[in-house]
Design a protein around this ligand. Structure first.
Ligand code: BG6
Length: 473
């Protein structure tokens, strides 16, 4: 077992010539080098027939694509970089890895490869001795349903202790997502209202204004429920709804999140509306009769003391009108309408914009100037400047190297989250078509009550006289 106090002393990544390495890993490695957190061998593995020089070149292209080559950091990366070209099923590849690791006591192995290859690589790592005192980082998707997630956990536990397994959900590495947890438990004013007595409903929307961007083959195996709901959006729900952890160590945090996941009621078919944007079936790699959903809207119940009876509405989709992830925690209307005869829906709320901007706001009613006691809706808005932040991958890989598992998913949580969506995966019901640029099929309106309606995230206005509130930005 690798005690959490040990930092890793070698970084191994499988899938070195792949898309994820190109888009996310090399930029994260450069950033870690700049912060002095990657003073160790970096060993890339792939079966591409490449040379080390080609991998260095690829790293440069990746950094150029990400918009920043720091020549000094890049030169250091090149000095530390090794490359092993070999088949993941061939023991010889792992013998070479063992040699390259000579001197490293606690390597970190990052599996940036298709999930179908996980079992064979994990087995080879164990048999070659490369898993000893090592950590492993596993990319999403972690399984494709509850049964396969359990099977993958069994394979991992055959080679690594749970404390050495880091399951990535990059959403948890986002600054705005961590702020949810901080904001909830660092402010006293929230706790009295954060429950079934005051909250009417919670909505979480993850909208993307683009389609599958050439990833049709991947998406055909996934769909919106597996791609972003089971992981990103249920994780966000857990942070929003969990009780306070007893400490801020990884174990306490994981324990409370797990309790929350276990309180989520498994979805039933009539809790879910699935949609598919017109044109999806013409994407390369997509079947002409595909029944895969590019949109899902669902009603989730959390059967805990705090949340019983409060609906959590979750919606995610491709080819929607905007790209934005936003949470709206809508508060109940006051018990008596003393001033206005009717309170407009969603007038008293907390709104968290998680991306692309980071915004936190409170919606309230105030008196409209004039003689009448009539009201108007206003928002108190705090915006955060996110230009100089660590990317989720930089943050998460840095944490994994240090052995901090707080932002990673445990075996029990990942299975509990699958148990929520499992009953509605692969439903034998047609998906409903929707026009690209719309908010999904009309039937999605039936997921929420007529009074509430969906809250559609809008492009975030940048106020002309924007000032940064104290302590923000
Ligand atoms: C990924 C999904 O996990 O998250 C993609 O596979 C999705 O389909 C992406 O577009 C969104 O993440 P971000 O950080 O770009 O909002």
């Amino acid at each position: 077992m690798t005690p959490a106090s040990h930092s890793s002393d070698a970084f191994v990544f499988f899938g070195a010539t792949g898309d994820l390495a190109y888009k996310k890993i090399f930029p994260a490695l450069q950033a870690l080098i700049r912060r002095g957190e990657l003073d160790m061998p970096v060993i890339g593995i792939a079966k591409a027939g490449w040379t080390l020089e080609q991998l260095r070149q690829r790293a440069r292209e990746s950094l150029e694509h990400a918009g920043e080559v720091d020549e000094q950091a890049y030169a250091q990366l090149c000095r530390r970089l090794h490359y092993i070209d070999g088949d993941y099923a061939d023991p010889d590849t792992f013998r070479k890895l063992g040699k390259a690791l000579a001197g490293a006591m606690h390597p970190l192995h990052y599996l940036a490869i298709p999930p179908s290859l996980f079992p064979s690589v994990i087995k080879q790592l164990a048999e070659s001795g490369c898993a000893r005192d090592a950590r492993v980082v596993v990319e999403k998707p972690f399984g494709r349903d509850l049964a396969s997630a359990r099977a993958l956990n069994r394979v991992l536990h055959g080679a690594f202790e749970e404390s050495s397994i880091f399951r990535i959900d990059h959403y948890l590495g986002k600054e705005a997502v961590q702020n949810l947890l901080y904001f909830r438990f660092a402010n006293t004013f929230l706790e009295p209202v954060w429950n079934r007595d005051y909250v009417q409903s919670v909505q979480i929307t993850m909208a993307e204004d683009f389609g599958v961007q050439g990833r049709g083959g991947f998406y055909e195996e996934t769909g919106a429920l597996r791609d972003v709901v089971q992981n990103h959006l249920l994780q966000v729900t857990a942070l929003l709804a969990m009780d306070a952890p007893v400490g801020h160590d990884a174990a306490s945090l994981r324990a409370e999140k797990l309790r929350l996941f276990r309180g989520m009621r498994p979805l039933r078919p009539d809790d879910v509306v699935r949609g598919q944007f017109d044109g999806y079936r013409d994407e390369p790699g997509v079947a002409k009769d595909s029944n895969v959903e590019t949109f899902a809207a669902l009603r989730l119940h959390i059967d805990t003391w705090r949340w019983a009876g409060v609906p959590f509405y979750i919606r995610a989709g491709k080819s929607l009108p905007v790209t934005a992830t936003e949470i709206l925690v809508d508060l109940k209307v006051p018990p008596l309408a003393i001033f206005d005869t009717i309170e407009p829906p969603q007038s008293n709320y907390f709104r968290f914009r998680l991306s692309p901007e980071v915004v936190l706001s409170t919606g309230a009613r105030v008196k409209r100037p004039g003689e009448d006691m009539r009201g108007q809706s206003v928002e108190l808005v705090a915006r955060r400047d996110i230009t100089d932040q660590q990317t989720p991958y930089e943050r998460l890989l840095g944490d994994a190297l240090r052995g901090d598992a707080s932002l990673f998913t445990s075996d029990e949580s990942v299975e509990a989250a699958w148990a929520v969506v499992d009953p509605v995966l692969d439903l034998d019901m047609p998906v409903l078509p929707y026009a690209p640029g719309s908010w999904g099929p009309a039937a999605a309106a039936g997921v929420v009550t007529e009074l509430e309606g969906w809250h559609d995230p809008a492009p975030e206005p940048i106020p002309e006289n924007a000032t940064t509130p104290p302590g923000v930005g």
